[in-house]
Design a protein around this ligand. Structure first.
Ligand code: ADP
Ligand code: MG
Length: 367
């Protein structure tokens, strides 16, 4: 079995470090705070939330994933199901169906879990009041309500009204802990620093940065060693360096390395390079599509980025080397790359957010 995991949140034995964050989050939850969790994609926000909630006993856990929620029907449906999953009682199910009876919710039995499942047909046309009603049911005492990838709520038409409604309800629930987690920082900032969002300003912020390098090195080494593979110091440095201590990217690289090694292999710098190539080969189709979606200016920026160390600054040298005509053209291209989630920005500093794509671009002779 491959001892590395990606694409899903990790808990228990698969969860490494983050003890300080767990302690803080536990304290915030036990104080029924409103918590804002911010961090890049694949840093481990959802894992942290899951791991922490698993360690706190006596609290119900309503987990609503807003990723790619595109309609109000979906938002209400996900919320209704998250509430039911947390309580699993007939009376809560009844409260849910009563609260949104105007939407004519359907109830079915999930063939896999055997649990009840609420569905709302497209076109049922819920308004913000349905969400308010649902949060009234969710917001019991000693309950944690999580909105994961919260910034995606901005995709909904009229989201300001929905938010205002949610705020009114949340404010009246002093014994419920609310967690808003997000990875698109400028969108989260807009949601939480808007002048009308004074309620959100009182939220406690928890930033999820890099994972502890030493702890994570031990975690990786142990997994390779259990599979009879040793890792040289240089190779370990390269693994951590490549993933910028982003646990998701590092675990993906480790899967690539695992794929091309056998028992009794020593993992060296060269093995790590081959592991990167392995992942790039697996992804090459999506990388070709990604590249085809870029403008000439964006490709010009990428070419120079492959020769630079992070953080990248868009200065006169950058512009001269990229062959772009002006600062504004360079900035527009960089913003486009940010929108496509290839880069990310912190103030004036830019960072690569998809190391495998950049590696593929660089090594396939396209740069
Ligand atoms: N604490 C951790 N220990 C080990 N791996 C982790 C940890 N946190 C995250 N990961 C890795 O990162 C991936 C993404 O984690 P996830 O919690 O989904 O991140 P996020 O919610 O920030 O996008 C996981 O599948 C796992 O590979
Ligand atoms: Mg997540």
């Amino acid at each position: 079995m491959i001892p590395f995991k990606v694409g899903i949140f990790v808990t228990g034995r698969d969860f490494c470090d983050r003890e300080a964050e767990i302690r803080k989050l536990t304290e915030y939850i036990e104080s029924s705070f409103r918590v804002l969790i911010m961090g890049e994609r694949r840093t481990g926000k959802s894992s942290l939330i899951m791991e922490t909630s698993g360690r706190i006993s006596g609290w119900k856990f309503v987990y609503i994933d807003l990723r790619t929620v595109a309609t109000m029907e979906k938002l209400c449906e996900r919320t209704a199901n998250a509430i039911y999953s947390a309580f699993r009682t007939q009376s809560v199910l009844r409260s849910i169906t009563n609260a949104i009876s105007a939407l004519r919710p359907g109830i079915s039995i999930d063939s896999q879990t055997g649990d009840f499942k609420v569905s709302i047909s497209p076109g049922a046309n819920p308004d913000y009041k349905s969400m308010e009603e649902l949060l009234r049911i969710a917001g019991k005492s000693r309950t944690i309500v999580v909105f994961d990838e919260f910034q995606d709520i901005m995709e909904l038409p009229g989201y300001e009204t929905i938010l205002a409604g949610m705020r009114t309800v949340i404010q009246s629930q002093p014994d419920t802990a609310y967690i808003f987690s997000g990875s698109i920082l400028h969108r989260m900032n807009r949601l939480f620093t808007d002048p009308d969002a004074s309620f959100f300003r009182s939220a406690q912020q928890l930033n999820i940065g890099e994972i502890n390098r030493n702890e994570f090195a031990d975690y990786i080494r142990e997994r390779f060693e259990n599979g009879q593979r040793t890792v040289t110091e240089n190779a370990m440095d390269e693994i951590l360096q490549f993933g910028r201590s982003n646990p998701g990217d590092i675990q993906r690289l480790c899967i690539g390395i695992w794929d091309i090694t056998d028992r009794n292999t020593e993992i060296t710098l060269a093995t790590v390079q081959r592991g990167m190539t392995q992942i790039c080969n697996l992804e090459s189709e999506s990388f070709v599509d990604k590249l085809a979606s870029l403008s000439a200016n964006q490709i010009g920026c990428l070419s120079i980025i492959t020769t630079m160390d992070s953080p990248i600054r868009v200065n006169s040298r950058f512009i001269a080397n990229s062959g772009l005509k002006s600062y504004s053209a360079a900035l527009a291209a960089m913003k486009g790359l940010e929108k496509k989630r290839i880069l990310l920005r912190r103030g004036q500093n830019w960072y690569v957010s998809t190391p495998f794509f950049i590696h593929w671009f660089k090594t396939s002779g396209l740069a």
